[in-house]
Design a protein around this ligand. Structure first.
Ligand code: NAD
Ligand code: IPM
Ligand code: MN
Length: 351
């Protein structure tokens, strides 16, 4: 049976990298029906529509979705980010954001003296609560007495479900190690809830998983000075957003970082996307590295249970990286499209 795969190419470099992701997907021979969604800046600017309810309902019927990136300088900040991307994450209840931070063998890292053995972790970012929930508001906008609040929402059930996913992942990795990242020394309400939930979940259900806790500021330090310290990292939404750009920076750059927005009980399609945004600064130049999108396709295949196809996509992407002179921009020595071709050929050549 053919998988029903939704595609939101989006804005900026989104369509450029998604075209390569789809090339890779086709090269695996896995059969799928492609459902394209023209969501993003162009549709918004033409019609005022961001994500019509009927479109979201159609999307619920799919098996998985591949997304490029959204965001456009012509659209006010937050319109596409909140009402499209975050609405998808929230309304489809994609409460786990799975973001591997793994330096491929042979790819340079800016961290002197560190190798692929040192940078191999998975960040599990809570993806449906925290500061992203949108709670708060503004009074007296534009006046001298203007007040803006942005509240962080943290529920025990929301924390427990993401912790369970993270602990379960840690238990299946060789090191069986998990680090909670928060800011319990300052965010005493939310931090205390996260800390108690973390300790109780570990003690009761995952006694074989070693637990550690690091404040988010120190975590930034250790990502740079001691990345080998981390195996599975679990954290709240905003800290996870920031930490994973840093994670991308140490693991080969934004052009390599892949992610999945996962609904673990599979009541809705999970969405796979590169960690990077629409990169308007390099759009339409052929300078975007499509590997982040192609590695997201590998994660998508893994999620579908197509482990062999996922392995072939991963291997071909890593082999292609070995041929690039840099991991982003014109310095790569190949265009976005050429890298996509190289990887697709690699997938076809490996059985
Ligand atoms: P960005 O990730 O788009 O770009 C950051 C930097 O990384 C830029 O210098 C860019 O050129 C570079 N870069 C990113 N992807 C690359 C790739 N594949 N190959 C080579 N270089 C790459 O972040 P930004 O500039 O802060 O945001 C731009 C827009 O994207 C904003 O509208 C933002 O809201 C949006 N955004 C969307 C997503 C998403 O859709 N998931 C994620 C992040 C940002
Ligand atoms: C990401 C992006 C999004 C986020 C934005 C575009 C809403 O930065 O996927 O990391 O903050 O989650
Ligand atoms: Mn981000």
């Amino acid at each position: 049976m053919a998988y029903r795969i939704g595609v939101i190419a989006g804005d900026g470099i989104g369509p450029e990298v998604v075209a390569q992701g789809l090339k890779a997907l086709r090269a695996t021979g896995v059969t799928f029906e492609q459902h394209d969604f023209d969501l993003g800046a162009e549709r918004y600017l033409k019609t005022g529509e961001v994500l019509p309810d009927a479109v979201l309902d159609d999307m619920r019927e799919l098996d998985v979705v591949l997304l490029g990136a959204v965001g456009d300088p012509r659209v006010p900040p937050g319109v596409l980010e909140r009402d499209l991307l975050l609405r998808l994450r929230f309304d489809l209840d994609l409460y786990v954001n799975l973001r591997p931070v793994k330096l491929p063998e042979g790819v340079p890292t800016p961290l002197a003296g560190k190798t692929a053995d040192d940078i191999d972790m998975v960040v599990i970012r809570e993806n449906a609560e925290g500061l992203y929930a949108g709670a708060g508001g503004v009074q007296g906008r534009g006046t001298a007495r203007e007040v803006a609040t942005q509240e962080s929402i943290n529920t025990r059930a929301g924390i427990d479900r993401v912790l369970e996913y993270a602990f379960d992942l840690a238990e299946r990795r060789p090191r069986r190690h998990i680090t909670l990242v928060h800011k319990t020394n300052v965010l005493v309400h939310a931090g205390d809830l996260w800390m108690r939930a973390f300790t109780e979940m570990g003690e009761s259900n995952f006694p074989d998983v070693a637990r550690d806790y690091v404040h988010v500021d120190a975590a930034c330090l250790y990502f740079v000075t001691q990345p080998e310290r981390f195996d599975v990292v679990v954290t709240e939404n905003m800290f996870g957003d920031i930490l994973t750009d840093l994670g991308a920076a140490i693991a080969g750059g934004m052009g390599l970082a892949a992610s999945g927005n996962i609904n673990p009980p599979r009541r809705a399609p999970s969405i796979f996307e590169p960690v990077h945004g629409s990169a308007p600064d390099i759009a339409n130049k052929g300078w975007a590295n499509p590997v982040a999108c192609i590695l997201s396709v590998a994660m998508l295949l893994e999620h579908l249970g197509e482990a062999d196809a996922a392995r072939r996509v991963n291997n071909a992407a890593l082999r292609a990286l070995g041929k690039l002179r840099a991991t982003a921009g014109p310095e790569m020595g190949f265009t976005t499209d050429e890298i996509g071709d190289l990887i697709a050929e690699g997938i076809e050549g490996e059985s």
